[in-house]
Design a protein around this ligand. Structure first.
Ligand code: GRF
Length: 192
C-alpha cells in the first residue's frame, strides 16, 4: 500500500502510522502527507521522518475542486493508492472521491452515528453517555458518514474528565487505525 495521510493539526495518528511502518506492523509506505494548515505540528512530524509533505492554503485556490485537483496531481506523482484521513478538518469533495472510490478512510472519536462533527468527545461528555469510542469508516460526501469498518468502545466513568476521555480515545486510535489498515492490506474489508 502506498499510503497518503491527510491531517490538519497535531498529527498524533500520523505519528502512529509512521511508527507502525517502522516497526513492521503496517506493510505500507507513507508516500505523502497532505496538510491544509501550513505550519501545523504534523508537518514537523513528517519532516522528522523524511516523509514528503504537500502543504497548501485552501484560500489560495478558487474553491475545493481547484485545490483537490492540485492534491490529486501530487497523489498521482507519488503513486498513492490509499488515503487515510487523520484529523483532516474538511469534507472531501467529488474530485478526490471520484479518483479514490472506497479508498479513503477516516477516523472519528465517537461511536458513529452518535456525535458526528466537531468536538465529538465534548459532545459525548456533555450528553452524559457512559460509553463512547472510536470509529473507522469509508468516506463519502457526508460529514462522518460512510460505511463503518471498525469500532472500539471507551467507557466513561464518574471520575473521568474530558481530558482523561480524550487520552483513552487517542490511545485506542493509535493502535486501531494502523491495525485496521493492516487487516485491509492482508484480507480486504467486508463492509455491508
Ligand atoms: C483524532 O481524534 C481523530 O479521531 C479526529 O481528529 C483527531 C486528530 O488527532 N478526526 P491527531 O492530529 O492525529 O493528533
Amino acid at each position: 500500500m502506498k499510503l497518503a495521510v491527510f491531517a490538519s493539526g497535531s498529527g498524533s495518528n500520523f505519528q502512529a502510522f509512521a511508527e507502525a511502518v517502522e516497526e513492521g506492523r503496517l506493510d505500507a509506505e507513507i508516500v505523502l502527507l497532505v496538510c491544509d494548515r501550513p505550519g501545523a505540528l504534523v508537518e514537523g512530524r513528517a519532516a522528522a521522518k523524511d516523509i514528503p509533505v504537500f502543504s497548501f492554503d485552501p484560500k489560495a485556490y478558487d474553491g475545493k475542486a481547484a485545490f483537490e485537483r492540485a492534491i490529486l496531481s501530487e497523489l498521482k506523482k507519488k503513486g498513492a493508492d490509499f488515503i487515510a484521513l487523520a484529523g483532516y478538518m474538511r469534507l472531501i469533495g467529488p474530485v478526490l472521491l471520484g479518483a479514490y472510490p472506497r479508498r479513503i478512510m477516516n477516523i472519528h472519536p465517537s461511536l458513529l452515528p452518535a456525535f458526528p462533527g466537531l468536538d465529538a468527545i465534548g459532545q459525548a461528555f456533555d450528553a452524559g453517555v457512559k460509553l463512547t469510542g472510536v470509529t473507522l469508516h469509508y468516506v463519502d460526501e457526508g460529514m462522518d458518514t460512510g460505511p463503518i469498518i471498525a469500532q472500539e468502545a471507551v467507557r466513561i466513568h464518574e471520575s473521568d474528565t474530558r481530558e482523561t476521555v480524550q487520552k483513552k480515545v487517542q490511545t485506542i486510535e493509535h493502535s486501531l487505525y494502523p491495525k485496521t489498515l493492516q487487516q485491509l492490506i492482508e484480507k480486504g474489508v467486508n463492509v455491508k
